[in-house]
Design a binder for this molecule. Sequence first.
Ligand code: ADP
Length: 379
Amino acid sequence: MSQDSTKSTASPNTQRPAQSPLAGIKHIVAIGSGKGGVGKSTTAVNLAVALAKKGYKVGLLDADIYGPSVPKILGTKEAPTQKPGEKVRPPEAHGIKCMSMALLGSDTPIIWRGPMASKAVTQFFSDVEWGTLDYLLLDLPPGTGDIQITISQAVKLSGAVIVMTPQGLATQIAKRGLQMFQQVRVPVLGIIENMADFLCPHCGQSSHIFSSGGGDQISRDLHIPLLGSIPLDGKLVDESDSGTPVLISRPDSELAKKYLSLAENLVQEIEKQEKGLNQEGPPQIVHLDPNPKGKVLKITWNNSKQSLITFRDLRFLCPCASCVDEGTGQRKIKKDDVDPNVGPLRIETVGNYAIRVQWSDGHDTGIYSYDYLWKQLGL
Ligand code: ADP
């Protein structure tokens, strides 16, 4: 799997290792939703256009492998190009670099099995020449499936945004989406409430089609900012179908202003998140320093604490299913089973929340979460 990883070092959350194919991207932000049809892709495209209008360099990756719709809404059919021996160059529309399964040349629906879909998504990171970007937005598939997990392991996300509609059930489902990101330590930057109300084009009166205040309620319950509310707007459907985003077709409309304000709020939340990252919150590893001579690994945490662990102890503490019984939690290996000279061949970061070690004894299945290491080291 292509990893946003680095040999034997872990970087602060906000930086990508220089040798990563994503090194030129400042922020990768996932746009998710608990279920389909809430307007996630429409929101992702209009948010991308709003960021581009504000002068940022923006990319948009349609990670919805099963139902790609971003190119249609953005208004591009242009296929990516590739010179021999080079990476794939994504086409641009309205100044936004875009990549999607829908641009790869077949109208025939592809029946993806989980692992194939996950591989396709990681190739969008490893094999595409994204170049220098301020923001790469990812339009995720709805729900909390394999692709979301793959992405949260393959790249360091600056955060995730959840799009939801205000109905009661939709808010329950959106909550599940939020919890998934929290589990893999991806900061949830905020909620966007879509189709929040309906502005009558004739009388100008606003009315709530669904129940009102769902986004506000979740925001208060879970202490997550509400980045904005987008009304139900009949013209938006035609604009999406014809590939002319509202910021292009009606740049002075109230709706265009709402998307610009969403973009503004998102940028601010990312900045806040970055500032807070190294001071507060759950433990994060910011640097790893393996010392092969002393056979120890020095770990530096975001709160400036440092800890030392021998390679042998770290190998012994491997949390994978072949080393620990998943049912009982009992360790299956004994310390004596571990080669005293074992050492890491490679240590890579896994998303925002863990490290994975490839050991000299051939073992490489353990994902050591930051929380797990923090507890094991008695910090
Ligand atoms: P998702 O990505 O969540 O499946 P889409 O973005 O494809 O949802 O939107 C589903 C449908 O809802 C599309 O026809 C889209 O044009 C329409 N839609 C999305 N947001 C709005 C809105 N604010 N007002 C009116 N129609 C909308």
